[in-house]
Design a protein around this ligand. Structure first.
Ligand SMILES: Cc1ncc(COP(=O)(O)O)c(C=O)c1O
Length: 384
């Protein structure tokens, strides 16, 4: 029989186009700390996850260059072969010291860390209980895992509790800060619900560096310590990669059984070197978090009364517009004013909750945030 892949591909693409859900990668050039260029025009970028503004920091660029001169380009192999160096060991120790865990295991992305955790830890008969709004990497791993998966209503600890005590090995998984909503998980209550009945794993991709004392993240801010913490380096670190933090024994286990770690080329040693440098900057440069807090205050004071505004305590500021076409149109109007704010549409968010996902960074100026708020307000007042 002739394969029907072409029909499947054409049908799926047509559906996305017809429903304003098609996406594309645009070629963007980073101009300076806060601005990007697209097709010859300059935009202030309000869609970056580089919350602390480290991505183009000169000190960090120099550290990476120095790391390259010390270690060369690639790691050359997976970690259990010959890909693991003193730069990787130093990064793991720095993460453990900073975040208070015995072990840190490195991955080339948060997506692979989440998959490795779920596939590595859970077996048939185990139970994975996840917040409904968890990231696609967690949802997909849960669906493909041999374990059963239940999803609890967003941040609803009572609903979560109703799934506990039903399997001998249960893992509860939540994000610390939710990526598309910018709200935080009720970690104290979730940890109390887990007590003796489940291990708690927190994916703090969007909280690490931004929340907690010296940027230790959502768990530090809430005063809890989960069994497992996932941190990613593609957001507040301004780089890429990820780590799972855990006990000594769990780390030994993941070193043997986390396939995305064992069978994947280790991140370049120069990258591990610069990541260690970034940890130092995140810990000591409190001014970046203070600047973010100031910008958040400006945004809130301008828009808090406007329909669509969502109050959050993080740099992620969703502005809910409803249907996808409206979100796209709104995003295009902002582009016409030199403001780049991505429209986030289903399936990334629920149907009829398409939104602008505004993200603030320590590199924005107060004036840029005022301009964005004024432009949003103006478009709302015009009825867009
Ligand atoms: C909550 C969360 N976890 C994991 C990831 C994946 O991380 P990475 O981009 O490093 O693959 C993301 C990425 O957006 C995320 O938002």
């Amino acid at each position: 029989m002739k394969p029907a892949f072409n029909e499947r591909i054409a049908g799926a693409l047509e559906y996305r186009r017809q429903h304003d859900l098609a996406r594309e990668s645009k070629i963007l050039t980073s101009l300076d700390e806060a601005c990007i260029e697209f097709e010859g025009s300059r935009y202030v970028n309000f869609s970056s996850n580089d919350y602390l503004g480290l991505g183009r920091d000169k000190q960090l660029l120099e550290a990476w260059q120095h790391g390259l001169s010390l270690y060369g380009c690639g790691s050359g192999a997976s970690p259990l072969v010959t890909g693991y160096s003193s730069a990787h060991a130093d990064l793991e120790s720095a993460l453990c010291d900073w975040l208070g865990f015995e072990r840190a295991i490195l991955f080339s992305s948060g997506f692979s860390a989440n998959q490795a955790l779920i596939f590595g830890l859970l077996e048939k008969g185990d139970l994975l209980v996840q917040d409904k709004l968890n990231h696609a990497s967690l949802m997909e791993a849960g669906l493909l895992s041999a374990a059963d998966m239940k999803r609890f209503r967003h941040n609803d600890v009572q609903h979560l509790s109703s799934f506990l005590g039903k399997a001998s090995n249960t893992l509860v998984m939540t994000e610390g800060v939710f990526s598309m909503d910018g709200d935080t998980a009720p970690l104290v209550d979730i940890q109390s619900a887990c007590l003796d009945r489940a291990w708690l794993a927190v994916d703090d991709a969007h909280g690490i560096g931004v929340l907690g004392s010296d940027g230790r993240g959502s768990c530090d801010e809430a005063g809890i310590r989960p069994e497992i913490l996932v941190v990613t380096f593609g957001k507040a670190f301004g780089l890429s990669g990820a780590a799972i933090l855990c006990s000594q024994e769990c780390g030994d286990y993941l070193t043997q059984f986390a396939k995305h770690h064992v069978y994947s080329t280790t991140i370049p040693p120069s990258q591990a070197y610069v990541l260690t440098h970034a940890i130092g900057m995140i810990q000591t440069q409190n001014w970046r978090r203070e600047k973010l807090a100031e910008l958040q205050g400006v945004y809130q004071s301008k828009l808090s009364q406007v329909n669509g505004f969502v109050d959050t305590t993080t740099p992620i500021k969703p502005f809910i517009l409803g249907d996808s076409e409206r979100a796209l149109t709104f995003s295009n109007y902002l582009k016409a004013s030199g403001l780049w704010v991505a429209a986030i549409r289903p399936p990334t968010v629920a149907t009829n909750s398409a939104r602008l996902r505004v993200t603030l960074t320590a590199n924005h100026t107060k004036e840029q945030v005022v301009n964005l708020s004024d432009a949003i307000l103006e478009n709302i007042n015009k009825g867009y």
